[in-house]
Ligand binder design. Structure first.
Ligand code: MN
Length: 238
């Protein structure tokens, strides 16, 4: 059983409901099913975290069209492109720290990978084009079910062990990226422009954050990562 953090929209947003609502892109769930897991959407209620962690075997931190409050990683200035969702981020930071305490398998996707890094004490680039000269189009103009750029995978990393290749093509839908990896995390993948595309902690059962969206399963490597995550979760299931 894999818990996935949903996004949250305010009452009236997009005309869906006059009350606040949770939202999860379907392929976050179907890709977990394809890998052999049972996905469940989590309520963003911190008081439920102990009960949630008693029941789930793995945690997926999903992405979203918003950013982590820069004060959470020590920045005093907030870039004009930054939009925050404190209600969601506060829950995700809390459940991530608690899940790390019990070494629950954690997979952070896009903004979720950034969140994993911040929860462990790392920092973020607030807007890639302002900090990386000649950066690639990490907000790719083409559809998300197509590749946006290549990545180089670090030899002897856990990610390398999983995908079995030192190069992959990935989709790319982010304007932020990891700046300084958290003390427990090491870089396992970079884009050709140097942008960090993945981090991991090999000491934990499964603790990986990636900057792209493997739930689209545009390559075999994407599916292999999800399967490795479910394998780790299954091995720890009670
Ligand atoms: Mn990218």
């Amino acid at each position: 059983m894999i818990g996935l953090t949903p996004d949250r929209e305010d009452a009236g947003a997009y005309g869906y409901s006059q009350f606040p609502w949770y939202v999860l892109r379907e392929n976050y769930a179907t890709s977990i099913v394809n890998a052999g897991g049972l996905p469940v959407t989590l309520p963003l209620d911190p008081t439920l975290v102990p009960d949630i962690l008693d029941r789930i075997d793995g945690l997926v931190l999903t992405g979203g069209a918003f950013d982590i409050d820069p004060t959470l990683f020590g920045d005093t200035v907030c870039h004009e492109r930054v939009t925050v969702k404190p209600f969601r981020t506060d829950f995700e930071i809390f459940i991530t720290k608690e899940a790390l305490e019990i070494d629950l398998p954690i997979f952070g996707i896009c903004g979720g990978g950034q969140l994993l890094n911040v929860a462990l004490g790392g920092t973020l680039i607030q807007h890639i084009p302002d900090e990386i000269p000649d950066s690639l189009a990490h907000e790719q103009p083409n559809p998300r079910n197509e590749p946006g750029h290549e990545i180089d995978i670090v030899a002897r990393s856990k990610l390398y062990d999983i995908v079995g290749t030192n190069k992959m093509v990935v989709n790319s839908a982010h304007h932020q990226a990891i700046k300084e990896p958290a003390p427990d995390l090491v870089v396992n993948a970079r884009a050709p422009d140097g942008v960090i595309e993945g981090v991991e902690d090999k000491e934990r059962r499964f603790c990986i954050g990636v900057q792209w969206h493997p739930e689209f399963e545009i390559t075999e490597g994407d599916s292999s990562i999800l399967k490795a995550f479910i394998k780790a979760a299954t091995e720890g299931a009670s």
